[in-house]
Design a protein around this ligand. Structure first.
Ligand code: FE
Length: 347
């Protein structure tokens, strides 16, 4: 009887034809995502299947999405912004595009360092930026810390992408947070002096350059290597096999043993979100066991929630200590980091 009543109500609402009644019936959430579509769509489909909430996905570059949100202003249909680095979340926050979320689920599942203290953004997966080295030519006993990459013993041996890349900006921001601007500039100068070539290409290109002998070390995010290890291309698999992962800053006291640099992919609620409740529900779903396990497996990233199993490839690299730095620090120091990298000649 109750079902019949609901069905009749639905028909009446639909024939009435008002947009308000329609949206009240068809729950939906609008996602602006900087994540490659095939790396997020399956988990959004899962969310829709479980909740009946339709997800409208728009995929574009993070800067394009935030510009669009800014132009759309209070009429923006965006509910959630998904990015693949914390730097872009912090920029969106600075642009005034976000609103804070208070959620016991998010606060209890996501360690404090991986979310904004005021709830403006939340990490969904972890991305470690590490050193990979040529198995044939580098003795890993010579490797130790990010700081050590500026030592003249690596002259002409290091490959890394451009300083315009947000992952490098975040790594340098972390260094500023730990050491201050002057010491980090000194470090960047030493690192630049050790470059094997002018920065070019993405992280996969740095791994390939190590594999073909252009450099002995590269600074990269681990999921790129995981992607190459599991690539359909035999060339990429061979290149991946030529290198190994070194986890920096694992040994020693204080800053020396602070742990590897971590970035996040994350989610934030748009300031003008028209479907706020659904958006928060989706954020909470993204940190569910199920979504976290899928993420870790499909994207070869690390789950943001402790205790969720990682992919086989990630297991093969062993456990590591992560830097405990609160990631909001990366935003605070981004501008200084960009300027000092420029002064140091990191192009
Ligand atoms: Fe990436």
């Amino acid at each position: 009887m109750k079902k019949l009543f609901l069905a009749m109500f639905a028909v009446t609402a639909l024939t009435a034809g008002s947009a308000v009644s329609f949206s009240a019936l068809a729950a939906e959430v609008n996602v602006y995502s900087a994540r490659e579509e095939n790396l997020i769509k399956p988990v959004l489909d899962q969310f829709s299947a479980q909740t009946g909430i339709k997800v409208n996905l728009i995929t574009a570059g993070a800067d394009e999405l935030t510009t669009r949100m800014e132009l759309e202003g209070i009429n923006s249909p965006a509910d959630l912004l998904l990015t693949v680095d914390v730097g872009r979340l912090l920029r969106a926050q600075e642009m005034g595009l976000l609103q804070p979320v208070q959620s016991d689920v998010l606060e209890s599942q996501i360690p404090a360092q991986y979310r904004d203290s005021e709830g403006h953004w939340f990490g969904v997966s972890l991305r470690a930026r590490v050193v990979v080295y040529d198995r044939a030519r580098v003795n890993p006993a010579q490797l130790s810390t990010y700081e050590d990459l500026a030592d003249p013993k690596w002259k002409g041996k290091i490959c890394v992408r451009s300083s315009s890349n947000i992952y490098n900006q975040s790594l340098s921001s972390a260094m500023v947070s730990h050491h201050g601007v002057a010491a980090t500039e000194q470090w960047a100068r030493g690192l630049v002096a050790n470059f094997a070539r002018q920065p070019q290409g993405g992280d996969r290109d740095q791994i390939a350059a190590v594999a073909i002998g252009q450099c002995e070390l590269a600074i990269v995010n681990t999921y790129y290597l995981a992607g190459m290890i599991n690539a359909t291309s035999a060339d990429q698999r061979a290149q991946a096999a030529a290198v190994a992962v070194f986890w920096p800053n694992q040994q020693g006291e204080g800053l020396e043993g602070r742990g590897a640099h971590i970035n996040i992919s994350g989610a934030a609620l748009s300031r003008n979100a028209p479907n706020k409740a659904e958006a928060v529900q989706l954020m909470e779903f993204l940190v569910s066991n199920e979504a976290q396990t899928w993420y870790a497996e499909a994207n070869n990233e690390y789950p943001v929630r402790p205790g969720v199993p990682v992919s086989k490839t990630l297991q093969s690299w062993g456990e590591f200590k992560a830097d405990s730095l609160a990631l909001e620090q990366l935003g605070i120091h981004n501008a200084e980091a960009v300027r000092l990298m420029d002064r140091a000649g990191w192009r």
